[in-house]
Ligand binder design. Structure first.
Ligand code: SF4
Length: 218
């Protein structure tokens, strides 16, 4: 039996940023991916190369949810293939979890960025964009039925656990949830890449410790 922490307030899991749709937007994950490729429900599609839908096992027990695709994900059309994805792969391997048996997606499916010289710099999605994209995330969860949803970073955690949820206070807690049987939040791997060199190693070790709590589902 997984060691479970009840959310301190039931309000937390009921204050999601967007309303829950009653039905998924497609009946299969491949059909959902096809439909999402043409989505224009918010403006983010205008400056992105393509929709980056979730990717992974068709019957995953673990679903990871990040914030949004980055520059390389936008170009390749797959989630977590850039530097943060490589760090996630490394942490998963050290935690003893096979990424191929999981499903990885994002709260928002288009890359939001602003130019800085020749570079495209990540820009945080706003509440309207997160709400517009929420039906796709709900569809992925409804169709794939993971046993545990893992929020990587504050954007995913606040979308799925409520705007008052703080990853810094609750990271690594396995909680019962209406989203999936269990939900857990931890940091986004990109925060380790941004951490000062002196703390990067300890941040990575802590991240791996959080992921080890998922081995019971792997
Ligand atoms: S970010 Fe989401 S809601 Fe907005 S256009 Fe892309 S897929 Fe549609």
């Amino acid at each position: 039996m997984p060691k479970v922490t009840k959310p301190k307030s039931t309000r937390a899991s009921k204050t999601s940023a967007a309303p829950q749709p009653s039905l998924p937007l497609a009946t299969t994950i491949d059909a959902a991916r096809d439909r999402a490729a043409r989505c224009k429900a918010c403006d983010l599609y205008k400056n992105a190369t393509q929709t980056v839908f979730g990717d992974g096992a068709h019957k995953p027990k673990i679903m990871f949810v990040g914030e949004q695709p980055g520059d390389q994900e936008d170009q390749q059309g797959r989630p977590f293939v850039g530097p943060a994805g490589k760090l996630l792969n490394s942490a998963l391997e050290k935690a003893g979890i096979d990424r191929a048996k999981t499903y990885v997606t994002n709260t928002v499916k288009h890359f939001k960025w602003e130019p800085r010289g020749k570079r495209r710099i990540h820009k945080k999605p706003n509440g309207t964009e997160i709400a517009a994209c929420r039906p796709w995330l709900n569809t992925e969860i409804a169709l794939l039925k993971p046993e545990v949803v893992v929020c990587l970073g504050a954007t995913a955690a606040q979308a799925l656990l409520g705007r008052t949820f703080r990853v810094t206070q609750r990271r690594g807690e396995l909680m019962k949830s209406s989203v999936a049987p269990f939900i857990m939040a931890t940091i986004h791997p990109s925060s380790i890449l941004r951490a000062p060199e002196q703390t990067r190693h300890s941040e990575m070790a802590r991240f791996i410790d959080d992921l080890k709590k998922l081995t019971q589902f792997a």
